[in-house]
Design a protein around this ligand. Structure first.
Ligand SMILES: [Ca+2]
Length: 341
C-alpha cells in the first residue's frame, strides 16, 4: 500500500476516534431529570437508585402525587428516601391529591398503611419545598431549553397532565417521559387487564399521550420478568450499608404478596426499572408501537391497548419495553446502592 494511502488511513482513524471521544463527552453530561412519584415501596428503591447515580442523573426535583397511598404519605416517603440517600438539597414538591376525573384509589393492601412495608417510617428532618408540584413543572419546563428535561413517571400521571392542560407550551422543554405503567402480554395487577398507575388515573395518561411528547413505557410485561431471588436479595444485603439494609427489608416485605398472587419465583421492583432504563438502556428491549388507554367505565377501564404487531396500522406513539436483563438490573442496582451510606 502506498505510504500516502496509509497516512490518509491513519488520519481518518484519528478523526473517527476524535469524533467518538467528543460524542462520548456529550453523552457523559448528566441528564436533567424530574422524578414524579407516589412512594410506595418500589418508588423508594427507584429514588435511592437515582439519587446514588449523580454522574448520569441530575435530579432537579422530586414531585409527589397521590397513588399507592394518600399525598401526605407519598410526600413523607419521598422525603425519607431523599434523607436516606443523603441528598437533602434535592427539593420535594407535593402535587395532586386526587386524580383528574375518577374517584381516588390506593394500594395500601400492597404497600402497607404508611406506603412503605418492612421499615419504620418517621417524619423526615427536611420539609417540602414551597409551592405545588404542578406549578413547579410549569415553571421549570416552561423556562427550560428545548428538549432538555426528562421526566420519570413512577405513579399516576396526574401532575404532568395538569401542567400540560394549564400550559401546553411546556411540552417543548421536555426531552422525554419514561413511564412505569401499563400491561399487555402480562395482564394487569389491579384488574385482570389494567396496571395500577394507569387504572389510578387513565385520563391523565391520555393527556400525556396526546401531548405528543416522546414517551417510553415500562409495563408489567417487562417488570414481571425482572424479579428478585434469594441470591439477588442476598447480593443487596451483602453491601452492608444502611441503604442496602433498608432496600433488603422493604423488598423482603414487598415481594411476598406478588410471589404468592402470581406464583412467581421472585417479586418485581417495578419503578426501579425506569431508573435502570435511564442509566443503561441496553439492559432492555422493546418496540416503537401505537398505544392507547381505555378510560371508559367498564371492565377494561385503565387498560393499555398496545398494538405490538402493528395491526391497526396507526403511527407509533410510544416505545414499549417488553423485556429486560434481570441480573444486569440487580448488578446495577447493587453497584449504585453500594455508594450510599
Ligand atoms: Ca409508584
Amino acid at each position: 500500500m502506498p505510504e500516502r494511502v496509509q497516512k490518509a488511513k491513519r488520519l481518518l482513524r484519528g478523526l473517527v476516534l476524535m469524533s467518538a471521544l467528543s460524542s462520548t463527552a456529550v453523552l457523559a453530561a448528566p441528564r436533567d431529570l424530574i422524578i414524579d412519584t407516589d412512594p410506595g415501596a418500589d418508588d423508594v428503591v427507584a429514588l435511592l437508585f437515582a439519587l446514588a447515580s449523580p454522574e448520569e442523573l441530575k435530579v432537579r426535583a422530586i414531585t409527589t402525587v397521590a397513588g399507592n397511598v394518600r399525598l401526605d404519605k407519598t410526600s413523607c416517603n419521598a422525603r425519607l428516601a431523599r434523607e436516606w440517600a443523603g441528598r437533602e438539597e434535592v427539593p420535594v414538591y407535593a402535587g395532586a391529591p386526587t386524580p383528574l376525573v375518577r374517584t381516588p384509589i390506593y394500594a395500601e393492601n400492597i404497600h402497607g398503611e404508611e406506603g412503605l412495608p418492612g421499615v419504620a417510617v418517621h417524619e423526615p428532618k427536611k420539609g417540602l419545598a414551597q409551592g405545588s408540584a404542578v406549578q413547579y413543572l410549569i415553571d421549570t419546563l416552561g423556562g427550560a431549553e428545548p428538549n432538555s428535561i426528562t421526566l420519570a413517571m413512577l405513579g399516576p400521571q396526574t401532575n404532568l397532565a395538569l401542567a400540560l392542560i394549564q400550559a401546553p407550551q411546556i411540552v417543548k422543554g421536555i426531552k422525554e417521559v419514561v413511564v412505569m405503567g401499563g400491561a399487555h402480554f402480562n395482564g394487569g395487577n389491579i384488574t385482570p387487564v389494567a396496571e395500577f398507575n394507569l387504572y389510578a388515573d387513565p385520563q391523565a395518561a391520555e393527556v400525556v399521550l396526546r401531548s405528543g411528547v416522546k414517551l417510553t413505557y415500562l409495563p408489567l410485561d417487562v417488570t414481571h420478568k425482572v424479579l428478585t431471588s434469594e441470591a439477588r436479595l442476598k447480593q443487596i444485603r451483602g453491601l452492608n450499608n444502611h441503604a442496602s439494609k433498608l432496600v433488603g427489608d422493604i423488598l423482603d416485605a414487598y415481594v411476598k404478596g406478588d410471589m404468592a398472587h402470581y406464583g412467581l419465583p421472585g417479586g418485581p421492583v417495578h419503578d426501579a426499572s425506569v431508573i435502570a432504563y435511564l442509566l443503561k438502556p441496553e439492559l432492555f428491549s422493546g418496540r416503537q408501537i401505537h398505544m392507547s388507554v381505555d378510560s371508559r367505565e367498564g371492565p377494561t377501564f385503565g387498560q393499555t391497548i398496545a398494538d405490538w404487531y402493528g395491526t391497526l396500522e396507526l403511527p407509533a406513539n410510544v416505545m414499549w419495553i417488553e423485556s429486560g436483563d434481570a441480573q444486569g438490573f440487580f448488578d446495577l442496582l447493587s453497584e449504585r446502592l453500594a455508594r450510599l451510606q
